[in-house]
Structures are given as C-alpha cells and as structure tokens.
Write a protein that binds this ligand. Sequence first.
Ligand code: CMX
Length: 140
Amino acid sequence: MIKGIDHIGIAVKSIEGSLPFYEKVLGLSLLKVEEVEEQGVKVAFIQCGNVKIELLEPLFEDSAVGAFIKKRGEGLHHVALGVRTIEERIHELKEKGVQMIDDVPRKGAGEASIAFLHPKSANGVLYELCEKTLEEEKKH
Ligand code: CMX
C-alpha cells in the first residue's frame, strides 16, 4: 500500500536563506525549485538518499504554511508517503476510520496528486499521500 517515504516537508521562512545549510553544510544536492500557487508555497526539493527534503516557503503570510510558521515557527511540517492509485488509498484509509483532510486528491508539486490525513488520526503528524506522475517517477 505505502511505497515508502517520498519526501519530508520542512517549513522555512526563506528557501534562499535555508539552502546553504543543506548544500554547503550537509553536502546535499538541490533538485528543483517550483511554485505551487494553489497552495501558496514555493518549494525546493533536495535529494537525501532515496528520500527528498522539501523546503516549503510561504508565498504570502496568510497562506497555510505562513500561518504554520507564525504559530509554531520553522520546522517539520509533513511527511509524504508515496502511493499508487491515490483514490483507492484514500477510500481504504477512510474505511479503516482515518479522518482525511482531503477526500479528493489535489495538485501538489511536480503535478503529483496529493491528499493530507488529519493529524488527529496520526499521532499529531501531518501525513501526505503522494502519487507522482509516471514522468516524475522516472526522474527521481
Ligand atoms: N502538523 C501537525 N498538525 C497540523 C499541521 C502540521 N503541519 N498543519 C495543520 N495541523 C493541524 C491544525 O492545528 C488543525 O488541528 P485542529 O483541528 O486540532 O485545530 C488541523 O491540523 C487542521 O488544520 P487546519 O489548518 O485547520 O485545516 P485546513 O483544512 O485549513 O488545512 C492543511 C490543512 C494541512 C492542508 C494546511 O494547513 C496546509 O498545511 N496546507 C499546505 C499544504 C502543503 O504543504 N502544500 C504544499 C504541498 C507540496 C507537495 O508536497 O507536493
């Protein structure tokens, strides 16, 4: 059902200001930077072994990630689990009593289909289901 961890989302005030830690200090490689306007974020993907670190910078202060940083400060935002056939996975989780934030997938970075589980169903952790396009799957 779950293929593994696809990426870990970290909320940051500034991607530019945060990248030197990942690139210069940790020696990791930046894969790409893109804006996901629907979600009010700019994201940077950094390869870390088989997993990616996704830096999330709010595009405006009252976006979801902007509100998160205001309330809790920078830090771990979500864990994204790689899946196939996301609609079936959502259905399956709901059958098992999981409360979903998204009953219907929405568009994430790289045209992926994503859906969040409500943290109260998952030990306070915000989990994202993430089904990548076949093209993206081949790339990374
Ligand atoms: N970690 C833990 N709990 C969190 C959380 C987080 N990162 N974000 C929200 N919550 C909690 C809230 O405190 C709230 O709890 P209560 O119901 O107890 O008050 C609950 O989850 C619901 O949060 P909300 O903000 O009230 O609900 P919304 O439906 O408005 O939004 C969410 C939920 C998670 C989608 C939104 O807050 C968010 O973070 N959106 C941005 C998502 C994002 O990262 N997009 C980029 C994706 C790019 C990609 O990965 O492809």
